[in-house]
Design a protein around this ligand. Sequence first.
Ligand SMILES: O=P(O)(O)OC[C@H]1O[C@H](OP(=O)(O)OP(=O)(O)O)[C@H](O)[C@@H]1O
Ligand SMILES: Nc1nc2[nH]cnc2c(=O)[nH]1
Length: 174
Amino acid sequence: MSEKISVLITEEEVERRIKEIGAKISRDYAGKELHLICVLKGGVFFTCELAKRITVPVSLDFMSVSSYGDDTKSSGVVRIVKDLDQPLEGKDVMIVEDIIDSGRTLSYLIKVLKGRNPDSLRLCTLLDKPDRRVKEVKVDYCCFEIPDEFVVGYGLDYAQKYRNLPFIGVVESR
Ligand SMILES: O=P(O)(O)OC[C@H]1O[C@H](OP(=O)(O)OP(=O)(O)O)[C@H](O)[C@@H]1O
Ligand SMILES: Nc1nc2[nH]cnc2c(=O)[nH]1
């Protein structure tokens, strides 16, 4: 079955905003190098587009995490499925995510990665749903705050589909 999807944020708006955030990050990190951590799978499209807009030297690493089913959603326990390849010690690190919802994933990840002694650790997200927050998370860079709707596209899936949409859409019928 295919779902009806309406456009929430157009491709042009997403691209324009990523350029803006990339320029801001480049100014904020002038004279430094930046180590981007892409949180798979959703973060991959945003990470690539953002990295292209950052003008300071960038290195990349990838991580995959998953919740332990419904119980985790309340316990906030997150499992590392694929860990980083490189250490973080002495690096200026930025976690790059597609969306922050309850905040459970990111609050866990930030705690774990801080323990690896980076020089600095910040968070950049494409989308933020502040109304859904259960765990407080400091968001350093955010492209768009959105209402509490289930969105797809630009890395975000519905049953593993629609990650490749070049815009942010809302699934009307699920
Ligand atoms: O703030 P939270 O409520 O913790 O939700 C945010 C998390 O959910 C999404 O990942 P998802 O579990 O859908 O994995 P995916 O990126 O592999 O699709 C997103 O990429 C965040 O990691
Ligand atoms: N695809 C998708 N994944 C999410 N994870 C948390 N919120 C969302 C959402 O709105 N869409």
